[in-house]
Each structure stands twice: as structure tokens, then as C-alpha cells.
Design a binder for this molecule. Structure first.
Ligand SMILES: Cc1cc2nc3c(=O)[nH]c(=O)nc-3n(C[C@H](O)[C@H](O)[C@H](O)COP(=O)(O)O)c2cc1C
Length: 182
């Protein structure tokens, strides 16, 4: 199971990255081969002006190669970050079909937690991905200095990770739509 973790925070280091790293470890325990693309470290800004630089292309290729995307983004102004949108906007229609996406958002204010269902999941759906249940993380549960995430958050993530693994297995067992049936 190829897992691509995408970190959507333009700032680094960040609690978003710490969260992504700790949750990626859970997927690795479940058999995932995890690669991480931290958008704070990748030159994707050319995308804002229609330029596709090599690093952005590598990130897009990694998305296309993955079975499972773990997308971890802070909530900015009630939604996911513009940086994440820059990358997702250049993917062609249905580019994420037969892929599973786990939506994870960090925020400071619980009042904005609907962004998970109203913003991030529709982004995945528009590209054909199948979303698992999402995880909302209060920023105070991640510690940038100690690189830790509250154990309760990790425990909440486990059933979501299990759901993702089941969905990936189901997609790999099912014939692709282009395979003729006997
Ligand atoms: C520009 C900006 C906008 C933000 N907007 C929101 C918001 O609308 N709702 C919210 O709950 N948190 C908001 N936050 C808080 C971030 O979600 C929070 O800082 C982040 O989840 C975790 O911080 P870190 O990964 O940068 O360490 C905002 C933060 C910034 C910098």
C-alpha cells in the first residue's frame, strides 16, 4: 500500500507537520510505505502563474502513484490552505479515481471544524477520490518542539486508518473499469 502524506501548511516547522508525521506512523504500522510531501518545502508557487516546476511535477506524480493520500492541512479562514488548492487544482478530472483520501484538519477554533466536510472532502470528491471519515485536530494537541501528538488523537485516528486500509484493499481487489469482464 503506497501512502502519500501531504502537509498543506506554508509555514515550517509546524504542528501540522508533527501531526502528519505521527499519523503517518500509524499507517506505516498497518503496512503502508509512506512518502511525505511537505508543501512548505516544495516549490509549488509557480502554479499560481501557470508554471509547473519540477518539484511540483514530482508532487503530482507521487499523488498519481499513491493508493492512499493522507492530507493534513491547517484550517485557514474557514477552509483548507491556498497552497493545497494550488496543487490540487492542476490535477486533471478524475485523477484520484480509485484512490482513498484521509482528510485531517488542524484548527484553533472548533467553530470552523465543518471545513472538513464542507471544504476538504468536496475537494477530494471533485477529483474522484473516496474519502474516509475525517479527523479534526485542535492545534493545542500537537507540540512542535517535542514533536508529539496527544495519544487520544492518535487513538481516534486508528479506526480511520483501518477504514482506509479496507478501502484500498477493496479497490485493489476490484477489476478496473477498463478491464473487460468474463
Ligand atoms: C492565516 C491563518 C488563518 C487561520 N484561520 C483559522 C480559521 O479560520 N479557523 C481556525 O480554527 N484556525 C485558524 N488558524 C489557526 C491554524 O489552523 C493553526 O494555527 C494550525 O492549525 C496549526 O498551527 P501550525 O501547523 O501552523 O503550527 C489560522 C492560522 C493562520 C496562520
Amino acid at each position: 500500500m503506497r501512502v502519500l502524506t501531504i502537509v498543506g501548511n506554508p509555514a515550517t516547522p509546524s504542528r501540522t507537520r508533527v501531526t502528519a508525521d505521527r499519523l503517518s506512523e500509524v499507517l506505516a504500522e498497518m503496512g503502508g510505505e509512506v512518502t511525505t510531501v511537505d508543501l512548505a518545502m516544495v516549490a509549488v508557487d509557480g502554479l499560481a502563474h501557470g508554471r509547473l516546476e519540477a518539484e511540483a511535477q514530482e508532487a503530482l506524480d507521487a499523488m498519481k502513484a499513491a493508493d492512499l493520500l493522507l492530507v493534513v492541512t491547517p484550517i485557514f479562514k474557514g477552509s483548507y490552505t491556498g497552497l493545497l488548492k494550488l496543487l490540487f487544482d492542476v490535477l486533471p478530472h478524475e485523477a484520484l479515481a480509485r484512490k482513498v483520501a484521509i482528510p485531517v484538519m488542524l484548527g484553533a477554533w472548533p467553530g470552523h471544524f465543518l471545513a472538513l466536510d464542507h471544504a476538504l472532502k468536496p475537494l477530494f470528491s471533485a477529483l474522484g477520490a473516496t474519502s474516509t471519515k475525517g479527523l479534526l485536530v485542535m492545534e493545542t494537541t500537537a507540540n512542535k518542539e517535542a514533536q508529539t501528538l496527544d495519544p487520544d488523537v492518535i487513538e481516534k485516528f486508528r479506526p480511520i486508518a483501518q477504514e482506509a486500509v479496507l478501502l484500498v484493499d477493496a479497490f485493489s481487489a476490484a477489476p478496473s473499469p477498463s478491464t473487460p469482464s468474463s
